[in-house]
Design a protein around this ligand. Structure first.
Ligand code: FMN
Length: 174
């Protein structure tokens, strides 16, 4: 069998970080990876907020129902979706679907690039949207879709990881 890119296994949700600062060029590379995600009609309906401010991180952690590692991480990227940018071109499908798919693709690029650089990351999606938007002072109409704490891992990849077997998820139509 052809081996998939090992980054897919190496990435895991890391919820404990060292204080070691992240080299600035690593953060730029991660943001660059985000920018190269695909998007419907190449509309790029997103904004990437790079946060290295403990006051803002505290507010984000509170918005995320007290997930403290959002505060503890040396950096956090919040990916915001711009539904009206997608709607301008694709109407309701753009507003309610494409902009979320586009930003999800950008989030995955961020996670994989962080992994490639030896950084830990986690996709935090459980948060109160209005509180996160307020913490970042977002323009009205921008939806925060993912809070991504980043840093050198303070915990290893769990030994036990599980995924449904391929047979349970793949339907083959020959
Ligand atoms: C949409 C979405 C929302 C998530 N929200 C959270 C979250 O709020 N807090 C958290 O610790 N992990 C969150 N996760 C991470 C998942 O729990 C994790 O990806 C899953 O358990 C698989 O583990 P792995 O990432 O280590 O492979 C989220 C993941 C996704 C894709």
């Amino acid at each position: 069998m052809v081996q998939p890119n090992p980054l897919f296994w190496q990435r895991y949700s890391c919820r404990k970080f060292l204080d070691t600062p992240i080299p600035p060029d690593f953060l730029e590379s991660i943001l660059e990876a985000a920018r190269w995600a695909p998007s419907g009609g190449n509309t790029q309906p997103w904004r990437f907020h790079l946060v290295r401010n403990k006051g803002v991180q505290k507010a984000l952690a509170l918005a995320a129902f007290g997930q403290e590692f959002v505060l503890e991480a040396p950096a956090v990227i919040v990916v915001g979706a711009l539904p009206e940018k997608s709607a301008k071109r694709y109407g309701e499908r753009g507003r309610s679907l494409y902009c979320l798919q586009d930003t999800a693709a950008a989030v995955q690029n961020i996670l994989l690039e962080a992994t490639r650089l030896g950084l830990g990351s986690c996709w935090v999606g459980a948060f109160q949207e209005s509180a996160a938007a307020q913490a970042l002072n977002l323009d009205s109409g921008e939806r925060p879709v993912s809070i991504i704490p980043l840093g050198y891992p303070g915990e290893p990849m769990p030994q036990e990881r599980s995924r449904l077997p391929l047979d349970a998820t793949v339907r083959r139509i020959d």
